[in-house]
Ligand binder design. Structure first.
Ligand code: SF4
Ligand code: SF4
Length: 386
């Protein structure tokens, strides 16, 4: 016998003087009956992407504030959170991350809740969570998200160059992973060191927790770059010792240590879903999930810009089932009229697959199929308009 489809609540953007978008967001939150879901008085992680500096497609802070107020009204203690990035950018350690978040509008005076970077100052606050899945026995998750009693996921739904789309599964699986976890999802091998950019400063050697890096002599043909501390030396990594923490990437002043973005897409997606399972472990009944279908750009908010939206703003969706929520959101985007002003080439008509049009090599359904297979939720849904 088939299970009942999961309910996905959806608020479009029609409004009037008696019913604003804020009112509709409040109605969406209440539709999930949060009082029966969140642990009373619990520390509540509101997982959101604060946006890379230069990007403006992320969820507006004033709208995120509605969730803070709703959590407080239930007597819980909300904090806004995300983990540091793997790549070197404006959110790769907590000080820059918090400055970027504040500059993007997520100040305490706006949000009414503190911002806590879940994996700490330099990404070392990471908790290993057992999942015992074929992709990984354990996942490395931002410690403060693991510690929290409740989880509210606010995801900006958009296209994504490796996942096809990024919604709730990606907001949690990738977004809540520490640097070590992110490197595991993106790469089969540890970072490579480009000798042509290494100035032999030794910073990576001091930082490496596995003593995997040492200075070695350059070959006779290898030229040291300008500014080298020791022209005859370069750093070299022992892949057998490397534990894949990613710390050396962050400290290298010349960008000589490079992530090998070599993960095959199906495996990348399965690992991301396995990580989502880890993030929700222990909070399976204490999570609320929301997708904002606004500024539906083709790529991730980790870029310092966003390209034109693929389809018009559609609304906000909510569910207790993260899989049904992402499935419904992908369907809503694909059912919309595509924008002629966007990256879309062929799939402008309602019903055509916008994500595959832009990323033809990415099968975005893998993340939904695998999430259903490992019990994160189901793809079958009933759309309930509020
Ligand atoms: S990834 Fe971590 S363990 Fe590997 S070489 Fe870099 S610092 Fe060392
Ligand atoms: S931190 Fe970068 S430049 Fe310095 S020794 Fe390591 S690889 Fe070379």
């Amino acid at each position: 016998m088939c299970a009942m489809p999961s309910k996905v609540f959806f608020a479009d953007l029609r409004a009037n003087p008696k019913r604003s978008l804020n009112d509709k967001i409040d109605a969406l939150i209440q539709a999930l009956e949060p009082a029966g879901r969140l642990k009373p008085g619990g520390l509540t992680a509101i997982k959101i992407h604060f946006g890379e500096k230069g990007n403006t497609a992320f969820i507006r802070p004033v709208l995120a504030r509605r969730f803070v107020d709703a959590v407080k009204a239930l007597g819980c203690k909300p904090f806004l959170t995300d983990c540091n990035t793997l790549y070197v950018g404006t959110r790769s350690e907590a000080a820059s991350h918090l400055i970027t978040a504040t500059e993007n509008g997520f100040a305490y005076s706006v949000m009414g809740a503190p911002l806590i970077i879940a994996d700490g100052l330099k990404g070392h606050s990471s908790t290993a969570v057992r999942v015992d899945l074929p992709e990984c026995a354990e996942a490395h998750i931002g410690a403060e998200i693991v510690e929290a009693d409740n989880l509210v996921s606010l995801a900006h739904f958009k296209g994504h160059e490796l996942a096809g789309f990024g919604g709730t599964i990606k907001n949690l699986g990738m977004g809540a992973a520490s640097r070590r976890g992110k490197l595991f999802m993106h790469s089969n091998v540890s970072p490579e060191i480009a000798a042509s950019r290494c100035i032999a400063c030794g910073e990576c050697i001091l930082r490496c927790p596995a003593a995997a890096i040492q200075l070695v002599k350059r070959g006779p043909e290898e030229k040291a770059p300008l500014g080298s501390k020791h022209a005859a030396l370069k750093s070299s990594k022992d892949p057998q010792k490397c534990i894949g923490c990613g710390d050396c990437i962050l400290v290298c002043p010349t960008g000589a240590i490079q992530i090998q973005w070599d993960m095959q897409i199906p495996e990348f997606l399965r690992r991301m879903v396995a990580y989502t399972k880890a993030v929700l472990k222990g909070k399976e009944e204490r999570g609320l999930f929301f997708n904002f279908l606004t500024d539906i750009s083709p790529a991730c908010d980790c870029y310092p810009f966003q390209d034109a939206a693929m389809v018009p703003d559609l609304g906000v969706a909510a569910s207790l089932d993260p899989v049904a929520l992402d499935q419904a959101s992908a369907d809503l985007v694909n059912q919309a009229q595509g924008s002629a002003q966007s990256q879309l080439k062929h799939a402008h008509a309602p019903g055509q697959d916008k994500f595959r049009d832009i990323y033809p090599r990415v099968d975005w359904e893998i993340q939904l199929d695998y999430a259903q297979e490992i019990g994160l939720g189901q793809r079958a849904y009933e759309l309930v308009r509020v």
